[in-house]
Design a protein around this ligand. Structure first.
Ligand code: ATR
Length: 281
């Protein structure tokens, strides 16, 4: 018997999720499998999903490009997935398929694993750079924690405004251009880089110059190929504390596994193992 989990997306042959969940099953002494199910864009998505629903699956992760496409096939969404309009984890509970999104909470957990007290201060000033799916998840998770000053800087204003409409705090969110962000970096305690700028093979690029940063700032980059982005390297050079985004992979999976099994696995040495895996690529 045991648990039966899947990963759906395309392409997923290099995904680290099967490795991560394999480790989680082992660490928590649970029997089970976590297998890939690639759905090509030329396949019938509906047919493949129906086929999977007929198998005995306890839950699945869903990734690019289907995080929105899956929604019509689910019975309900939790509040976070609802706010994000995107699902990355589905659980089968009491005869219902329930959609969740663990990206934002995973990010927050990964940040707290390095800076445990940081988010106790709800007055902290945060700047999110970028306004894609990852930025939305992080915004929703920080807002849910009661962080009230979260600004967003993005090349396209409308995507940033659309994220800001999720704010439940009364202070509101300022939307900045990238140029404005560059000038006002010194105002922020935490800066989170969520765009793909700086990702291999363009690892010499950085989204903005960080010259105006203050030394006590924490700078985080969710790009993990390379692990040390140009943005983080320059921030460290200026004396800022840095947070590397690869651990978000572990913590979003930790939360998904918790939804499926009610067990929170200790990440322990997996951070070091993941780093080695990524560096070997
Ligand atoms: P994800 O869902 O993984 O977060 P995404 O939805 O593709 O990724 O979002 C990418 C983000 O990176 C967006 O904020 C995008 O800016 P736009 O909203 O203006 O498109 C940003 N981005 C990507 N390439 C960029 C570039 N060369 N310069 C500035 N911003 C860039």
């Amino acid at each position: 018997m045991g648990y039966h989990f899947k990963l759906i997306g395309y392409p997923i042959q290099h995904s680290l999720s099967p490795w991560i969940h394999g480790q989680f099953l082992e660490k928590s002494n649970l029997q089970g499998t976590y297998t890939r199910m690639e759905i090509k864009q030329t396949d019938s998505f509906e047919e493949r999903i129906m086929q999977m629903k007929n198998e005995r699956v306890d839950g699945f992760n869903i990734t690019v490009p289907y995080k929105q496409a899956i929604i019509p096939y689910l019975d309900m969404l939790d509040e976070t997935a609802e706010k994000m309009g995107a699902v990355n984890t589905v659980a089968y509970k009491d005869g219902k398929w329930i959609g969740h999104n663990t990206d934002g909470i995973g990010y927050v957990r990964s940040l707290e694993s390095k800076f445990p007290k940081l988010l106790n201060n709800k007055e902290i000033k945060v700047l999110i750079i970028g306004a894609g799916g990852a930025a939305r998840g992080i915004f929703v998770a920080l807002d849910a924690l009661g962080i009230t000053a979260i600004d967003i800087a993005n090349r396209t204003e409308e995507s940033a405004s659309s994220i800001a409409r999720n704010a439940s705090s009364s202070k509101g969110t300022n939307i900045l251009t990238l140029e404005e962000a560059e000038r006002t970096l010194g105002d922020y305690d935490l800066i989170i880089q969520t765009t793909s700028v700086g990702m291999k093979p363009n690892e010499n690029n950085a989204i903005i110059s960080i010259d105006k940063i203050k030394r006590s700032t924490i700078v985080s980059d969710i790009v993990y190929q390379p692990l040390q982005t140009e943005f983080l390297r320059k921030s460290a050079e200026r004396g800022a504390k840095t947070h590397h985004g690869h651990t978000m992979l572990l913590y979003q999976a930790q939360y998904a596994f918790e939804i499926w099994t009610n067990k929170r696995v200790n990440i322990g040495d997996m951070e070091i193992k993941l780093k080695a895996l990524l560096e070997g690529r």
